[in-house]
Design a binder for this molecule. Sequence first.
Ligand SMILES: Nc1ncnc2c1ncn2[C@@H]1O[C@H](COP(=O)(O)OP(=O)(O)OP(=O)(O)O)[C@@H](O)[C@H]1O
Ligand SMILES: [Mg+2]
Length: 311
Amino acid sequence: MTASAGAMRESALPLPIVRRGKVRDVYAVDADRLLLVATDRVSAFDVVMGETIPHKGAVLTQLTAWWLRQLDGVLAHHMLSADADEIVREVPALASHRDALAGRAMLCRRTDVVPIECVVRGYLSGSAWKEYRRAGTLAGEALPRGLVESARLEPPVFSPATKAESGHDENIPVSRMRELVGAGTAAELERLARLVYERGRDVAAGRGIIIADTKFEFGQRDGRLLLIDEVLTPDSSRFWPADRYRPGGPQPSFDKQPLRDYLEGERGAGRWNGEAPAPPLPDDVVRATSERYLDAFRRITGATLSLSAQP
Ligand SMILES: Nc1ncnc2c1ncn2[C@@H]1O[C@H](COP(=O)(O)OP(=O)(O)OP(=O)(O)O)[C@@H](O)[C@H]1O
Ligand SMILES: [Mg+2]
């Protein structure tokens, strides 16, 4: 048996498929509801790997569900249920697929997606560090001088991006976001994104994980903004182990570091050119990555992911 045994590459459900992203399959349930299914696909350096990572999809869905429950009463969100038995009761067409859904599926309110990625950065990393190093700015706006790579940003910086259909999202100034969605919606998106990030950052910090930055999406429904998509997961955020935090350089990624290290090694040795297809992953890399995702879930929620609920 390989390390990927039991993991899911692609879902196949008897509902109309709306899209397959790098990680999630989205189905239409009816005019009001969507089913989001997180598969066990994994990407690194924008390339989807041939292997799947056991339990990764369930970690993404159950961690999102956990955060959204913490946020009940704080802001409106899209989750209706992340419990397979309940989903099957709600959508009888899925009755014979209960085990395939277990842990990884979320029944959601369907919204009109606001075409802005609401990025909040509490630490200077990634594309933000690149721009700052070059121009001293972030999305065109000045930041204090003398910051080092991975420096903590206080207060956190809201840095929106446009949702690109393909390729990389583009950072845009807040003034551009106002033109795209209107001043009122822009202000509300920023307020909500900051609120959720600051709560998440504080909770995770108490549990040994730095959420360096994260991306939220919002959707409109009945004239209200709802928090949608995935929330404060390792795939939508940079998670760093707090005990290894050393500003002044890049930080190890909590979850994908074994995978990144392996791929860097293959590239350095001239066995991979950095583009799809990715090289095959050894079992120990798959296992180590799976273990990191489970550990992130355990640390943040204080609970072990229920594996018995999965096939
Ligand atoms: N409640 C919702 N209503 C409408 N659309 C939603 C809702 N929640 C999530 N979505 C959309 O579902 C999709 C989730 O798919 P997924 O994240 O896998 O793909 P993606 O973000 O488009 O691409 P990528 O592979 O880069 O992540 C996103 O396009 C997101 O905007
Ligand atoms: Mg996405």
